[in-house]
Design a protein around this ligand. Structure first.
Ligand code: ADP
Length: 626
């Protein structure tokens, strides 16, 4: 039994191929985690790094509380089951299962007991004297599982264990492995390219693509709330339908315009979290709907399809078609109009027929046409509203407030501005007041829909706030973004700051011993780095770590004035009203630091950084090294 933690794990193979990028997950004890994704996406590489069969290029791997990056596979207390079974052909099933235990010099009686127990659990007691070649694929896979089981490991790692089996046996073994997991109450990590396997077995699933994690979630959340088009398309059979559309809001309705000219309406209520700029008909949006979320309707629905093929499966029927009337030659090519509909058997559907398709509105998915990321996140990253600047004041939400000095300086003297307001920028206060239309519980947070005009401003509120209340609030100006159309006028202040610098080492004699010290060297000022970081830099970069330039990233709060620190000159004081910062020039590197110390323009200062909190990034290959 054990938890696992993968923190910023990367794998770069010797040929320079970056197979795994910034993999992060906390796996709880007893979870059944599935890594799924198309071939080559980095699933096996990640599993093999956990097993210790592959070096970790960068990042930390913990099993329980122990950092195991450099621990031998045999000491990690894990067991791995492969697709290829990897049984010894000359040994009996019993011997195969006992082999690992014999190596550990367990008493014979205990070995026998463990093997018999596992064999019973896997229903292979009658085959203990057989050799693997006299067994079926399914039986051999059970022996492979048994060999892992007898070791009583903390973690089971399974790499496509069922892909050599036929469909029926695979389905059966799926349920057996799930049962085994329940019985053993141990952490399982299971790799597969088969989304059905992933969905039926995993308590949580990690969907990967080209070395990057796309989403980590429960099967139901992956199905209902896919983060992007890739996940949406990967999970579910037949695949989700995707169409290029534009959206146009008309009061309480949003018109969806398909490329074949068809239009349907969706209620605005379902789409109120989508940014307003997607609702003016001029931005490409991807409309996604699963085949099971269309209904074939007798009445006109605004959406028609011409049937190109029909599959009858007995209880259900899969209809393949093209959106619109059949006015073109039949083509198998992806025209952007192809549609798949899953419906119950009943009516006779024939190739060439035109059918009306009704959409289940609450099942619709919408993705950005460029980034392919969902437009329907549970918590909108920001709400966008128009404000107006006049006479040094900002008018927004029907109230006015004086612009703090930095905003007055950076923004136009007058005119309209678009303000992007993340929920975290809204705090209880006295500047504005809006009615609470709805409150949604998301995890341990309360997301309030504050009504303004015909749209909502999304804010986190405390327990006491109720629907129908007037909520009074202020805006944290340093967290807002101001735009003029597409042009960014002022960006929000981010959490992190970065310095570019070198990595250096020094050997010192201490108590007659040579001791190595490592440093982050920025503009010639050396900050002592944790020794562990020194070893990591060496392990990842070799001797090149003393030549390359690195990016040192830290939270603004982990920087403070210090006598022997890095020298800089305050270029200006940046006053956001709620908070002031100092823009400091550190020999050409400009950084915005906190200004709790009342710095003034022109002051020469020195800052120290909390070296324990520094993240080191390789600039060449975009990788967090430590
Ligand atoms: P998956 O298990 O998802 O199919 P892998 O983890 O096996 O993918 O591989 C991820 C990527 O790394 C692939 O592009 C593969 O070609 C590459 N790769 C795997 N092993 C090596 C290796 N030893 N050297 C170089 N590239 C490798």
């Amino acid at each position: 039994m054990a938890s696992l933690k993968l923190s910023h794990i990367y794998k770069v193979y010797e040929n320079g191929h970056k197979a795994v990028n910034d993999f992060n997950i906390d796996i709880e004890d007893k979870e059944f985690i599935v890594f799924v994704g198309p071939s080559g996406c980095g699933k096996s590489t990640t599993l093999r790094m956990i097993a210790g069969l592959e070096d970790i290029t960068a990042g930390d791997l913990f099993i329980g509380d122990t950092l195991v990056n450099d621990m031998e596979p045999k000491d990690r207390d894990i067991a791995m089951v492969f697709q290829s079974y990897a049984l010894y052909p000359h040994m009996t099933v019993f011997e195969n299962m006992a082999f690992g235990l014999r190596n550990r010099h367990l008493p014979e009686a205990e070995i026998k007991q463990k093997v018999l127990e596992a064999a019973k659990m896997l229903d292979i007691e009658d085959y203990l004297d057989r050799k693997p070649k006299a067994m079926s694929g399914g039986q051999r896979q059970r022996v492979a599982l048994g060999r892992a089981l007898v070791r009583d490991p903390k973690v089971f790692l399974l790499d496509e264990p069922l892909s050599n089996l036929d469909a029926k046996l695979r389905a059966q073994m799926r349920t057996e492995i799930t049962k085994l997991h329940k019985k053993l109450q141990t952490t399982f990590i299971y790799v597969t390219h088969d989304q059905v396997e992933a969905m039926t077995m995993g308590t949580r699933i990690v969907v990967m693509k080209l070395g990057y994690v796309q989403q980590i979630d429960t099967p139901m959340n992956l199905y209902n709330k896919p983060y992007n088009k890739f996940v949406a398309g990967f999970i579910g059979t037949p695949q989700m339908n995707f169409f290029d559309v534009t959206l146009n809001r008309k009061g309480s309705k949003v018109e969806v315009n398909f490329i074949d000219g068809s239009k349907i309406d969706l209620p605005y209520d379902l789409l109120s979290k989508i940014h307003d700029n997607y609702l003016h008909g001029d931005k490409k949006v991807i409309f996604g709907l699963r085949p099971e979320h269309f209904e074939v309707s007798k009445k006109a629905t605004g959406l028609t399809a011409t049937i190109t093929a029909v599959e009858h499966l007995g209880n259900e029927c899969i209809i393949y078609g093209d959106l619109g009337k059949n006015d073109e030659e039949f083509t198998m090519a992806d025209t952007g109009r192809a549609v798949i509909v899953k419906t119950v058997e009943g009516e006779p559907f024939n190739v060439g027929d035109t059918i009306n398709l009704a959409v289940m509105p609450e099942k619709v998915h919408l993705f950005d046409g460029e980034t392919e990321v969902t437009l329907m996140q549970d918590i909108p990253d920001f709400s966008r509203f128009e404000g107006e600047i006049k006479g040094g004041q900002l008018s927004i939400f029907g109230s006015k407030e004086k612009l703090p000095p930095y905003l007055a300086e950076k923004l136009p003297q007058q005119g309209k501005v678009d303000v992007e307001i993340p929920p975290s920028a809204i705090v209880a206060g006295n500047d504005y007041s809006l009615k609470v239309h709805e409150i949604e519980n998301i995890g341990d947070k309360k997301l309030a829909y504050l009504e303004y005009g015909d749209r909502f401003l999304f804010a986190f509120v405390g327990k006491g706030v109720k629907v129908g209340d007037k909520y009074s609030f202020s805006l944290l100006k340093d967290k807002l973004q101001f735009n003029n159309g597409e042009e960014v006028l002022l960006e929000p202040v981010g959490e992190d700051i970065a310095f570019d610098g070198k990595f250096t080492k020094e050997e010192r004699k201490e108590n007659h011993e040579r001791v190595l010290h490592f440093f982050y060297n920025i503009n010639g000022v050396a900050f002592e780095a944790p020794v562990a970081h020194g070893y990591k830099m060496n392990a990842v970069e070799g001797n090149a770590c003393y030549k390359n330039t690195y990016r040192y990233v830290l939270n603004r709060n982990d920087l403070s004035l210090e006598e022997n620190g890095l020298a800089g000159v305050v270029k200006k004081v940046v006053d956001y009203g709620n908070k002031t910062y100092a823009l400091v020039d550190f020999n050409g590197q400009e950084v915005l630091i906190n200004n709790d110390d009342q710095l003034e323009e022109g002051m020469e200062i020195k800052v120290g950084l909390n070296a324990e909190k520094v993240g080191v990034y390789s600039i060449d290959i975009d990788m967090k090294i430590c």
